[in-house]
Design a binder for this molecule. Structure first.
Ligand SMILES: Cc1cc2nc3c(=O)[nH]c(=O)nc-3n(C[C@H](O)[C@H](O)[C@H](O)COP(=O)(O)O)c2cc1C
Length: 449
């Protein structure tokens, strides 16, 4: 079958730019208004996107209170609400392996898979923001290696819980008084380094078998975790070459583990300002940058580097990598710290220019252009092996998503790169991913008649 793009709408605030919330073209609705998210989900579904996606951070930074819109809705609750008003679009939410229990999360995602009739995905993150630990009874966050070790054990438990019901376990036989077959529901008694969990789950197997496993950490440890488990990878690259190298590395790592590399869908972010001319598109970034608050940018930059203080640096002198701690030792957002220091080494921006770049899309690829130029970049990345599709990150919502769906998507279709209509019902189906085998009950082919 012809290879086609996978497109995911990353919904973030009133748009991905840090100051989008103030822009006149941004939604007038509150971040707590379900109608805002329903509108975006329907737009994405009308455009036949694979999925919509919500990130999640378990802390509010002080500067964000005054200067940024961060108070949205809790993602899993939101997915449940959105599942009822949509029919086809995939629904992906972030949840942390560092600050919840695997039983809770397995149960929530299994429930969402039923509620949505097989359309959910879990973006597995370990939570890089150090301050989150203080919301969960810990003075200091675990280091990056420990977080991933915990994530490994967490995932082992969650997949066991999802597999603890065979597809044919439920009889619901009122006449004979048999609800489920005890031999098809498994207690497994997991004893791992972090978790002791007996099982089984108290929710029957969902329509997708397991929700789609999405992963979004790209450090060395993150890549190895992704190669073992991820079915979709969200990642951030400022350069096509870096994205090609990343995808090649992941595919090689996955193949080395006996996985089919086609079963790993890699989606870098793209934040495109779209205008009638390149200059008009660039004006969108300029307007947004003018109203960005440097204190938000500085605090977020500091947080990504695990609390390093950049506030003494002048805003208008060219930066050098010596102004940054070495990313290899960063315990917070390590891979993003690498993206940022690579950018500094390459371009020597001033701090003000760097903060503008990061205000736009936090280290994801950004561009300004006409719909043709945006489609050209997408096609070039896709054909060169930099991406299997994209996390679409409109700078302003919904205005710039409207521009993407009405002007860029038709071009991608004309080039044969994107679907005209859905041909499947589930998120796995949209992504072309098989249902993973059940580790306790073998191939799930047998269905009771
Ligand atoms: C598109 C995308 C979305 C992400 N969303 C979140 C999120 O919501 N919460 C979070 O803690 N980390 C999120 N991350 C992952 C962090 O960037 C990552 O875990 C962090 O950088 C530390 O891990 P790493 O160094 O392995 O990348 C996201 C990453 C990407 C590419």
């Amino acid at each position: 079958m012809r290879r086609q793009l996978h497109l995911n709408l990353f919904i973030h605030g009133r748009g991905h730019h840090e100051s989008a919330w103030r822009h006149p073209a941004a939604t007038p609705l509150a971040m707590t208004d379900l109608a805002y998210y329903q509108d975006l989900a329907r737009r994405a579904e009308d455009a036949c996107f694979d999925a919509i996606f919500f990130a999640d951070h378990l802390v509010l930074l002080p500067s964000e209170i005054a200067h940024a819109v961060q108070g949205g809705l809790e993602p899993l609750t939101l997915l449940a609400a959105l599942a009822t008003g949509t029919r086809r679009i995939g629904l992906v939410a972030t949840a942390s392996t560092s600050y919840t229990e695997p039983f809770n999360l397995a149960r929530q995602f299994a429930s969402l898979d039923h509620i949505s009739h097989g359309r959910v995905g879990w973006n597995i993150v370990t939570t890089w923001l150090a301050a989150a630990s203080r919301n969960f009874g810990r003075d200091a966050p675990p280091g990056l290696e420990e977080r991933y070790a915990q994530a490994e054990d967490f995932l082992a438990v969650v997949t066991k819980l999802w597999d603890s019901w065979a597809r044919d376990a439920v009889l619901d036989d009122r006449a004979r008084g048999r609800f489920a077959r005890p031999d098809r529901v498994r207690r497994f008694d997991h004893h791992g380094p972090f978790y002791q969990v007996s099982g089984p789950l108290n929710v029957p197997r969902g329509p997708q078998g397991r929700p789609v496993l999405v992963q979004a950490g790209s450090s060395g440890t993150g890549k190895r975790f992704a190669a073992r488990h991820a079915e979709v990878i969200f990642t951030a690259h400022l350069e096509q070459g870096a994205a090609i190298a990343f995808r090649q590395e992941i595919r090689a790592l996955a193949a080395g583990l006996g996985r089919d590399p086609e079963g790993v869908v890699i989606l870098p972010g793209i934040s495109a300002a779209i205008g009638g001319t390149e200059r008009e598109a660039q004006r969108i970034w300029d307007e947004l940058n003018e109203s960005a608050a440097p204190e938000v940018g500085l605090e977020r930059l500091s947080a990504r580097f695990g609390g390093h203080d950049f506030s003494h640096l002048p805003l208008d002198r060219a930066l050098s990598v010596d102004d940054f701690p070495p990313p290899a030792g960063v315990q917070a957002a390590r891979s993003r710290a690498e993206v940022i220091t690579d950018l500094v080494a390459r371009e020597r921006p001033t701090l003000r220019a760097l903060l503008h770049r990061l205000a736009a899309a936090r280290g994801h690829y950004t561009m300004a252009g006409t719909p043709e130029q945006v489609a050209d970049v997408i096609e070039a990345w896709f054909r060169s092996g930099a991406a299997d599709g994209f996390n679409v990150m409109p700078p302003i919502l919904p205005a710039q998503f409207e521009a993407f769906t009405s002007e860029v998507v038709p071009l991608l279709r004309r080039r044969g790169l994107f679907r005209e209509a859905y041909d499947s019902e589930t998120l796995r189906g949209h992504l072309g991913l098989p249902e993973p085998a059940n580790q306790f009950f073998g191939a799930e082919a047998e269905v009771l008649v």
